[in-house]
Design a protein around this ligand. Sequence first.
Ligand code: SIN
Length: 199
Amino acid sequence: MSANTIEINRQMDKFAGHHSVWVFGYGSLIYKADFPYLQRRPASIAGWSRRFWQGSHDHRGTPAAPGRVVTIIPEAGAICHGMAYLITPAVFEHLDYREKNGYLRVAVEMAFDDADAATAGAADAAEGVVYVAREDNEAFLGEASEEEIARHIARSAGPSGPNSDYLTHLAIALRELGKHDAHVFTIEQYLLELIASNT
Ligand code: SIN
């Protein structure tokens, strides 16, 4: 699959004709909403695990020295927590550009985690879109130990800044959501140890 997914994503017509679409974010889309949205709700998707297995050539690394960012991997029984945004279809132009380094729009069922809104009459689930970097994309790096991933992140940087900021912001955002992610928090712990041992 091409390294640039913009054209493939433009052809995704599952929600054609809809006035608004839910998008589920599990990585930088949780903490960096640089686009207009109609609603924002904590949510989760079942059957997926968040993993730092995707290479980043354009945000947290370079083509010569890619950083590591998250994608989601199918895993029976897993739950991935994140943030859902209700957007107008025009916003996909911005999101497709931002996620162009290997991420494909995939239709997904999301459950909203804000029980208060659901009690007040809001829907408690919706079908929408999630951006997934599958293992057949050119930037995919795949599995490595959490310690190796932390070392990789510690030495990487790209046009959007240090790779370590991506990890730290994601970990903070997950804590703010009250959600534990053993993979993310273990890598964060290794990163903190690396920083401490270098000072
Ligand atoms: C996402 O946040 O949902 C996709 C991955 C990323 O942009 O970090």
